[in-house]
Design a protein around this ligand. Structure first.
Ligand code: OSB
Ligand code: MG
Length: 368
């Protein structure tokens, strides 16, 4: 397939309630959306970069720059055999995985549509539904967090993750355990601690968390290995893992026992699947993370999470957990048993409301 032209746009979706992590507070989801056109088909890619460079260095602006200046020009006049060609086209450009993933995911969608396959089937997915977990932000009070936790459990979410930071860690975990007993519970620190806090994590060991996500620095694996050696609770890495190589090294030094896989963070679905394959071969658990995606990225995450090695519930919640209204039809919904169904239509399997996408830039048609 040859890409004939592209369009970049943006969506702004107000969150139903602000989402607070140790690095900051988000009340609007702003997402760059790439459309690739070929043979009368469109492939959609959502960029997961958050508006402010607090999770990683990438933002919608840096991604737009990298896509327009370096990445999209690679497509001009090229005959592509499949989305697997994308990493090689972008390999000479350092970093900027979220920008690369935007292009790569749009190619996956486009090729899957051209083959008449769902993205899940095209990737090799085997699940028709995935277990849905919820990620709860830092709240104004323990009472507010307990209320949200109770509501999430009532709705059927099968696992609760809470965000922690210094001063909001032991108390919320203890309160949830006291109120809700042995639910599947975990905590995500988003790099808010250092090795000097090892004693705190040893105290958390008592609460039988499923895992502690990214306690230490966002680029670190060495200190995480030290910390893991002092803990019973598994460490799960998020921010520190940018590639299959990072995953291999982290597992080999014992920096983590699990990985939160986000296609955006690792440069796309192909690299995400490669990490899944590595973990599976080593008997390690992985799960699918989230970046507050709109329905486009969410459909992509559902397809990824349908791979057999995604054995733990992901941060894959219903659209209604985030937004009053989504930009796809149908929006992701929670089934009665706490699962979300993996779309079965061609490509991402949902219809995008193109009018919700504000145009930013478009290419001239590429002529071969
Ligand atoms: O660390 O997993 C994270 C959201 C934005 C940035 C980073 C993270 C998160 C979440 C929410 O935890 C996951 C979701 O529900 O999309
Ligand atoms: Mg995380």
């Amino acid at each position: 397939m040859k890409i004939e032209r592209w369009e970049l746009g943006e969506v702004h979706l107000e969150l139903l309630s602000p989402f607070e992590t140790s690095f900051g507070r988000t009340s609007t989801k702003r997402a760059l959306i790439l459309r690739l056109f070929s043979q009368g088909l469109v492939g959609y890619g959502e960029c997961v970069a958050l508006e402010h460079a607090m999770y990683s260095y990438e933002t919608p602006e840096t991604c737009r720059h990298m896509l327009e200046r370096y990445l999209l020009p690679q497509l001009a006049g090229r005959e592509l055999a499949g989305p697997q060609d994308a990493p090689a086209l972008c390999r000479h450009i350092r970093g900027h995985n979220m920008a690369k993933a935007t292009l790569e995911m749009a190619l996956w969608d486009l090729f899957a549509r051209a083959k008449g396959l769902s993205l899940s089937a095209y990737l090799g997915g085997t699940r028709r539904t995935v277990d849905s977990g919820i990620s709860l932000g830092i709240e104004a009070s323990i009472a507010a967090l307990l209320e949200r936790t109770g509501a999430a459990l009532n709705q059927g979410y099968t696992r609760v993750k809470i965000k922690i930071k210094p001063g909001w860690d032991l108390a919320p975990v203890r309160a949830i355990r006291e109120r809700f007993g042995t639910i599947k519970l975990m905590a995500d620190a988003n790099s808010a601690y250092t090795l000097a806090d090892a004693a705190l994590f040893q105290e958390l060991d008592r609460f039988q968390l499923l895992m502690i996500e990214q306690p230490l620095d966002y680029e670190d694996i060495i200190d995480h290995a030290t910390l893991q050696g002092q803990l019973q609770t598994p460490i799960c890495l998020d921010e520190s893992i940018h590639s299959r190589e990072d995953a291999r090294k982290a597992f080999s030094i014992g920096a983590c026992r699990m990985i939160n896989i986000k296609a955006g963070r690792v440069g796309g679905l192909g690299p995400a699947k490669a990490i899944h394959d590595l973990a599976r071969a080593q008997g390690k658990a992985v799960w699918c993370g989230g970046m507050l995606e709109t329905g486009i990225g969410r459909a992509c995450n559902l397809a990824l999470a349908s791979l057999p090695g995604f054995t733990l519930p992901g941060d894959l919640s219903a659209s209604a957990r985030y937004f009053p209204q989504d930009i796809v039809d149908p929006p992701a919904r929670l089934n009665g048993d706490g699962t979300i169904s993996v779309p079965t239509g061609p490509g991402i399997g949902v219809t995008v409301d193109d009018l919700a996408i504000q145009p930013l830039a478009r290419s001239e048609p590429y002529f071969s």
